[in-house]
Every structure is written in C-alpha cells, then in structure tokens.
Design a protein around this ligand. Structure first.
Ligand SMILES: NC(=O)c1ccc[n+]([C@@H]2O[C@H](COP(=O)([O-])OP(=O)(O)OC[C@H]3O[C@@H](n4cnc5c(N)ncnc54)[C@H](OP(=O)(O)O)[C@@H]3O)[C@@H](O)[C@H]2O)c1
Length: 266
C-alpha cells in the first residue's frame, strides 16, 4: 500500500460527520490506503463504535489504526470557541502532533419556503454547513502553513453548489459559498503545499435523504434521471476521497469533483 500513488500512510486525518453516511465512506477510503490516525468529531448523541469497527476492519493496520474522538455538536460551538474546543484537542490527540488531512463533511438540510423559514433554523443550517467548516478550515490551514504540512483539505459540497434547489435556501447559501471558499483557499494556499478541493455528491443513499428516496414519486423520478441508473452509496466515496487525500491529486486544487452518477452531465 505504501508504494501506491493513493497511499495515505502516516497521515493524520481530522473529519466531521464521519460516523455515518458519506463521511464514513470517505474515511474508509483513507483508512484503506493506510492512514495512521483518524480523529472523528461527532455529536455526543452519536456513538462512533460502529464506524470505528468498520475503519479498523478495512485498514491494513487493523486494530493498530488509531481512531480518536472529539465530542461536539457543531451547531452548538461558537466560531470563537473552535480553536479551544476542536483544534487544540485535535492537535493534542494527534500521534504526530500534526493534521495532514481535513475532511469537512458534517451537514444538514432543513426544508422550508424561503419567506417562512424559521430564523433559528435558518441560522442553524448556516452554522453547521458554512460558519463552522469555514472557521475550522482557516484554523487547521494556519496550523498546516506554520508546520510546513503538505496538507489536503476536502469539503463535501452538493449539486446545490451548482443549482439553487427547492426549499433549501440556507443550504444553497452554504454549499455554493463553500464552493467559492474552496477556490479562494486554493488560490492562497496551493503554492504553499496545501490542496483544497470539494466533492459534490449527487443523490446518495444516507439518512439525510431517506424520506426523499422512499417517496414513491420523487424517489422514482430521481432514479430515472440518474444516467448510471442508481442512487450512490457511501462506498462510492472511498476512491474519490483517497484520490483527493493522496499524492495522486497533487496537481488538483480548487476543484469540485462531482460524484453524481452523471447527473450534472445530463
Ligand atoms: N446524501 C446525499 O444525497 C447528499 C447529497 C449532497 C450532499 N450531501 C452532503 O453530504 C454530507 C454528509 O451527509 P450524508 O448524506 O452522509 O448524511 P448523514 O448520514 O446524515 O451524515 C451527516 C453527518 O453530519 C453530521 N452532523 C450533522 N449535524 C451535526 C452537528 N450538529 N454536529 C456534528 N455533526 C453533525 C452527522 O452526525 P451524526 O452521525 O451525529 O448524525 C453525520 O455524521 C453533508 O454535508 C450533506 O450536505 C449529501
């Protein structure tokens, strides 16, 4: 594995939203290619036990893969507190004292009409999907720059980074904003050894979109429109994440990689 162009050997990964769904799929890709440690930021209400077992199972290191945890509900952490509550603990947990890869994946989508969106819910989506990941990334990027880390930063974006969506105004602000942020950071940091990219999933079978998939009309309409002919699964993100976290993508930065079964090409 160490001589693979996709090797993540020795790397320490910090990830949000990785106890399930797409984030877990991405982390499995990094574990599969040999990363040394994963530090998972998860909600106190969510157990990381099952994810940890899956990560160790797929890793060539097996039980020696280090999986560490920071408990935090990102909706509740003020941006001014992210350094103390997330970044400092992550660096203390890191077996190398560094963070090589940051995966910003945690996200929610609440659905209301724009004009009647409850203000607290609107702000909550912005906090989880935009404000938290942008502050976390600026802090982790600073750490990478100060320690000459050849870093890889990955954001989970969306088709709504390209399109407006329906009943999802704050989600659209966040996901299209982060797509611009990927480009802005890439312009500032790529010459200093940090690649910043996004992955935009299409329709992926996770708990986030369970009700949509199960809707007899919308679910069928969406399936019929996907050129590959099926919804994606979290496993479909192993390869793209390993690519963007490894030297295989050293000349790829500021990009958004669509993993959508061909949806946007149609
Ligand atoms: N599924 C799709 O079709 C699709 C399409 C486009 C983009 N996306 C994006 O993909 C990402 C992952 O979503 P998913 O589909 O894999 O759904 P998911 O299984 O529900 O995963 C969402 C993740 O975000 C975490 N999260 C949500 N709110 C959080 C909070 N307040 N604090 C900490 N963690 C929080 C969840 O943690 P818990 O485990 O604690 O709930 C979970 O790990 C999101 O950014 C989403 O916008 C998904």
């Amino acid at each position: 594995m160490s001589n693979s162009i996709f090797s993540t050997q020795g790397k320490v990964v910090l990830a949000t939203g990785a106890t399930s769904g797409i984030g877990l799929g991405m982390c499995k890709g990094l574990a599969e290619f040999g990363c040394q440690q994963l530090i998972l930021i998860h909600r106190p209400s969510t157990s990381p036990a099952e994810a940890t077992a899956e990560l160790k199972k797929i890793s060539p290191l097996g039980d020696k893969l280090v999986v560490s945890y920071i408990q935090a509900d990102v909706a509740e952490v003020n941006v001014e507190d992210i350094e103390e509550k997330i970044v400092k603990p992550a660096l203390e947990l890191s077996v190398t004292g560094k963070i090589d890869v940051l995966i910003n994946n945690a996200g929610v989508n609440l659905r209301y009409t724009a004009e009647d969106f409850p203000e607290d819910q609107f702000q909550k989506v912005l906090q989880i999907d935009l404000l938290f990941p942008s502050k976390l990334t600026r802090l982790v990027g600073k750490h990478m720059l100060e320690n000459n880390v050849r870093g890889k930063i990955i954001f989970t974006l969306s088709l709504i980074s390209f399109q407006g969506g329906i009943l999802s105004a704050p989600y659209a602000i966040s996901k299209s904003g982060l797509k611009g942020f990927v480009q802005a950071l890439s312009n500032e940091w790529s010459s200093k050894g940090i690649n910043v990219n996004g992955i935009a999933p299409g329709y992926i079978e996770t708990k986030l979109v369970k009700s949509l998939k199960e809707d007899p009309v919308r679910g069928r309409q969406i399936t019929e429109r996907i050129p590959i002919g099926r919804w994606g699964t979290p496993e479909d993100f192993r390869g793209p994440a390993a690519f963007l976290a490894s030297s295989a993508s050293d000349y790829v930065t500021g990009e958004t990689l669509l993993v959508d079964g061909g949806w946007m090409a149609r």
